[in-house]
Write a protein that binds this ligand. Structure first.
Ligand code: NDP
Ligand code: TDO
Length: 291
């Protein structure tokens, strides 16, 4: 089997890609501050902001392909720590793109729907970018650097992702579930619209796009939904107490990083390629019986 290196394997998305890739690849995964064993995956510690360490790692493993899912993925943290977050979100991405370009290694980068300002949805991959926060700006910079350094690379713009807890990471639904189970008020935005998918669906999309797509592809789900409506779906499917679920507006919650209103992705080219996200209901139900 060919070797696939997945950066950020200790993170939410990287862990899901590791689960899925194992049937077809000899999988190597990286972590940085959270040591993790994933059965069937060879895990390696690396600080991807260090160019020489990154180069040594790739020389030692000699992967056939690389999926780059390591990032500082919290918009609020990026807003407050622009330099630190830029080193992993931009600088480390440039390192990987350079090394992959030099060695013609197929390379997939995980970008975000937050490259858009949310004013003209749904967004096609050809639409102009216009981030409203530093995290989005860093992802745009990383995308542009990759396209300049290695035009054959794949840039996967990911939507909001959800799923069960992984050994280290969780998705946005766990705090929501915890709040409702504790009988506390959960205020969810009715004016923030996304096209979410679960972690496994996202992983399927990236593995499909890897090496098949040159340039940018959108891997959103089929449904556009507000966080509040998503919360209602969560209550229904997880049979949670829903009395304390309330709708609010983005402006009601103070956040370090501004968020766009509606960054729904138009992912029709990916659907034509064979990316087939199930309905949100079905994707949420699948979390009740994890395989
Ligand atoms: N979650 C979401 O809803 C969305 C995520 N994305 C993008 O998808 C990708 C995956 O996100 P997600 O899985 O949620 O992120 P997580 O925050 O769950 O994981 C981040 C990963 O990056 C690793 N990492 C951070 N800094 C370094 C470093 N200096 N060197 C090496 N590894 C490092 C972490 O390792 P460790 O923990 O061991 O330190 C961890 O494995 C990211 O590119 C993100 O921007 C895009 C859209 C939505
Ligand atoms: C959605 C939502 C969030 N919040 C609060 C909770 C949290 O502290 C803060 C941010 O929420 P979230 O973490 O869910 O959302 P956010 O940080 O915007 O999540 C993003 O992460 C990065 C990686 C991406 O690329 C995006 O696509 C997206 O997934 O706002 C509310 O109070 N109500 C809400 O309805």
């Amino acid at each position: 089997m060919q070797k696939l290196l997945i950066t950020g394997a200790s993170g939410f998305l990287g862990w899901h890609i590791c689960q899925l890739a194992q049937s077809n690849w000899d999988v190597y995964g990286t972590y940085y501050s959270h040591p993790l064993d994933i059965p069937g995956v060879k895990m390696v510690k690396v600080d991807l902001t260090n160019y020489q360490d990154t180069k040594n790692l790739i020389q030692a493993i000699h992967p056939s392909s690389i999926i780059h899912a390591a990032a500082q993925s919290q918009p609020n943290y990026c807003q407050l720590n622009p330099q630190l977050s830029r080193s992993i979100n931009v600088t480390a991405t440039c390192h990987l793109a350079d090394i992959c370009a030099d060695q013609s290694i197929p390379f997939a980068f995980t970008s975000t729907d937050l490259v858009f300002d949310g004013l003209n949805p749904p967004y096609r991959h050809t639409d102009p970018v216009s981030p409203v926060n530093i995290y989005g700006e860093q992802k745009v910079e990383a995308e542009q650097e990759i396209l300049a350094r290695y035009p054959q690379a794949t840039i996967c713009r990911m939507p909001l992702m959800f799923g069960n807890n992984t050994p280290i990471a969780h998705s946005f639904i766990q705090p929501f579930i915890h709040t409702l189970k504790a009988g506390q008020v959960l205020n969810l935005f009715s004016d923030e619209i996304r096209t979410p998918v679960n972690g496994i669906t996202a992983a399927q999309g990236i593995l499909l796009a890897l090496a098949k797509v040159q340039g940018i592809i959108h891997l959103g789900g089929r449904e556009r939904i507000s966080r509040y409506e998503f919360g209602k779906l969560l209550v229904e499917i997880f049979q949670l107490p829903g009395e304390q679920l309330k709708s609010c507006l983005q402006q009601d919650v103070k956040m370090a990083a501004p968020r766009p209103k509606d960054v729904s992705l138009d992912s029709s080219p990916a659907f034509e390629l064979g990316y087939q996200p199930l309905s949100l209901r079905e994707q949420l139900k699948s979390l009740l019986t994890p395989s």
